[in-house]
Design a protein around this ligand. Structure first.
Ligand code: IVH
Length: 661
């Protein structure tokens, strides 16, 4: 058969199989056609086209993913759990639109990973993950291996540029089969289909992705290209015609009551569906009405996810241990008989504090109901009283710290009990060092939980100041530490010395001083000396600082050992650029900048920190109030938007000049 005809025929069968779910030939017949094409292409390699069905095998591995800025942010949807919440949502929508009844597109909420596909003149040219909603990863090679993603579109009425969004997932049966054969080979087994889908889509080697049973459901067209259609269900019909796979449980409901009926029906069906869903999404069907409703924060006003209530499973409390945190707070943690719930195995659950234990009446030896909703941390819902044995034991707060043996203190009116050991307690020291090194504090790359524990347990470090005295010889004595990792760590420690006043303040771990408070302090006082000297009254002049936090700060800097610690850190060379007094005297005060594209000389976070140190604000989207957009390599739509709005555009060189003001 002619190669073009053969290809078209195979694509037609693909379409029938994946999109219409209505194959007209058997798998064996399909495989025979596919082999015929492979053979023809092997004899005539010059006839291979990049979008031939045989080309879904992956390409050479990448070193890392390129970034793709989304033309329209990939937002999340707000959740509702109860009928009241859903009725309230509908009421808000109706009031805002000033109508009596609204039609909704009711869709399953697929439990996979979202993806954006970009087609130019009908040909798939880019695919991106959601990332942080604004910038995702370029997974084009990987997407091309997914058979239900069309490499080129059917028909000829598609726009020149089209961005389609949807969810990549792994069907349940394929997931089980895949895990089974992985475990036989001794390979990694995934805990649930969603993790498997996410891990598979984000492989640097797309040949691995090609071997994973990924599929995709499409659910939207991004941006104003959708507006040539009247409704969401028309969009979905058109997507199908163009060759995209659209889920066939999607229905239009007239009014919220019909939505609730749909919800109940789908909940019934959930267990027999061949893929995982964790709820239902209701979207205002009329696209003009969607536009009118718009967005709040990072979610549309025109959609809500009605989540299925979380699965509850029973387990047994084997023991309760107390963990000691950075500030000495003792947190009871229940050790459970491991149970599989909400897609993961749970064996440790925090009980938060003694009041919670009392309220839920939980004892050691009790059977308890355990719940995990979506990404939420697992929790114990209640104990099962009918199953309580006589020898179930009450949980008691220890009088001595389980780690250092110091007395445990209970402060009147506070929910938590604390170890009084302070920095004598190795648990508190471990936590304070982890905090100091964390990304948002001094950002010591590679200094993770395990390494901190090793360093403390081997007595190489006691306090954060000791980090800066570590030697390569010491590091090399640690288990699983090679020369390369040791050098990398020492380099990361060295470069952490360059920071900002706000980050340094945050890193100190003063009680109740989070990132925002630290920033406010730095901005208000502009230097560390003042902050260390002022009293609680003066501290309360800072925005958002009340009497309690002011007290903690004053107390912290009154203590001799904290003063010594700060001085020692400064002696070791920790430094930051002069900053930041909030009296309008900063050079970029009241100016707003937007960053787009990749900068050559620094990361986006560094650029942001530098701008903020000069008093500027950094925003994520361009408006007419934007002072200037700083444009790096491969800029996204923000540069275009700036041009449209007549907002100034700065190149990286111009930006560098601005910073040296
Ligand atoms: S529409 C602005 N429809 O849910 C709304 N999302 O919380 C854009 N999801 O990241 C999304 N099923 O990955 C939409 N039928 C569906 C969905 C769906 C699953 C996911 C999607 C998104 C998240 C939003």
């Amino acid at each position: 058969m002619d190669i073009v005809k053969l290809r078209t025929l195979i694509e037609e069968h693909n379409y029938r199989y994946y999109v219409l779910d209505d194959p007209v030939i058997s798998d064996t017949e399909y495989d025979a056609l596919f082999r015929e094409l492979e053979q023809l292409e092997a004899h005539h390699p010059e006839l291979i086209t990049p979008d031939s069905p045989t080309q879904r095998v992956g390409a050479a591995p990448l070193k890392k993913f390129a970034k793709i800025e989304h033309s329209v942010p990939m937002l999340s949807i707000r959740n509702g759990f109860t009928e009241e919440e859903l009725l309230a949502f509908d009421k808000r929508v109706r009031e805002k639109l000033n109508v009596d009844k609204v039609s909704y597109s009711c869709e399953p909420k697929f439990d996979g990973v979202s993806i954006a596909l970009i087609y130019e003149n009908g040909v798939l040219i880019k695919a991106a993950t959601r990332g942080d909603g604004f910038v995702g990863e370029d997974v084009t090679q990987n997407a091309k291996t997914i058979k239900s993603i069309p490499l080129h579109l059917r028909g000829n009425d598609f726009p020149d540029l089209l961005e389609v969004r949807g969810e990549v997932y792994i069907p349940l049966e394929d997931f089980e089969r895949f895990n089974e054969s992985s475990s036989k080979r001794g390979d990694k087994v995934f805990v649930n289909p969603r993790n498997a889908a996410s891990g598979s889509l984000r492989q640097l080697d797309s040949r691995i992705t090609a071997a994973r049973p990924l599929q995709m459901f499409c659910y939207s067209i991004a941006g104003d290209k959708a507006l040539q259609f009247k409704t969401q269900h028309e969009v979905l019909e058109k997507l199908k015609e163009w060759g995209f796979r659209v889920n066939d449980e999607i229905k239009v409901a007239h009014g919220i009551e019909e939505c609730l009926v749909y919800f109940k029906e789908l909940e019934q069906k959930r267990a027999s569906l061949p893929y995982e869903i964790d709820g239902v999404v209701y979207k205002v069907d009329n696209l003009r009405e969607q536009e009118e409703l718009g967005f709040v924060a990072r979610a549309p006003r025109w959609a809500i996810a009605h989540k299925f209530s979380a699965e509850e499973v029973e387990s047994e409390v084997l023991a309760v241990d107390f963990q000691v945190g950075r500030t000495g707070a003792l947190t009871p943690v229940a050790r459970l008989h491991p149970v599989f719930v909400g897609g993961v195995t749970v064996s440790n659950v925090t009980l938060h504090n003694m009041q919670e234990i009392e309220r839920k009446d939980i004892r050691i030896g009790d059977f308890v109901k355990v719940r995990r909703a979506g990404d939420v941390i697992p929790e114990i819902v209640s104990s099962v009283k009918s199953k309580r044995c006589d020898n179930a034991r009450l949980i008691e707060l220890p009088s001595k710290c389980p780690v250092c043996g110091a007395d445990v203190m209970y402060v009147e009116g506070e929910a938590v009990a604390r170890c009084s050991g302070g920095l004598y307690c190795s648990a508190q020291r471990k936590e304070s060092i982890k905090h100091f090194a964390s990304k948002t504090a001094l950002n010591i790359d590679g200094l993770g939980d395990k390494l901190v524990a090793q360093l403390i347990d081997s007595d190489f470090i006691h306090y954060v100041t000791d980090l800066y005295k570590l030697t390569e010889e010491q590091l090399l004595t640690l288990e699983r530490m090679g020369k390369k990792s040791a050098d990398n760590l020492l380099r990361a420690i060295e470069s952490s010395k360059k920071t900002t006043l706000a980050k340094f303040l945050y890193a100190l771990g003063i009680r109740e001083v989070g990132e925002a408070t630290a920033k406010n302090l730095a901005k208000y006082f502009g230097n560390l000396e003042s902050i260390m000297q002022v009293d609680a009254d003066a501290l309360q002049q800072v925005p958002d600082i009340g009497p309690v936090v002011a007290e903690h700060i004053e107390l912290f800097f009154k203590q001799k050992h904290n003063k010594e610690l700060v001085n020692e850190l400064l002696k070791q060379g920790i430094n930051w650029p002069d900053v930041e007094v909030e009296d309008g005297s900063l050079p970029l005060q009241d100016q707003t900048f937007v960053l787009t594209g990749t900068l050559e000389s620094m990361s986006r976070n560094e650029a942001k920190a530098k701008l903020e140190n000069l008093g500027a604000k950094v925003a994520s989207s361009v408006s007419k109030n934007t002072t200037a957009v700083i444009v790096g390599r491969d800029p996204g739509s923000k540069a275009k938007k700036a041009k449209e709005l007549g907002v100034a555009i700065l190149t990286e060189a111009e930006f560098a000049k601005l910073l040296s003001l």
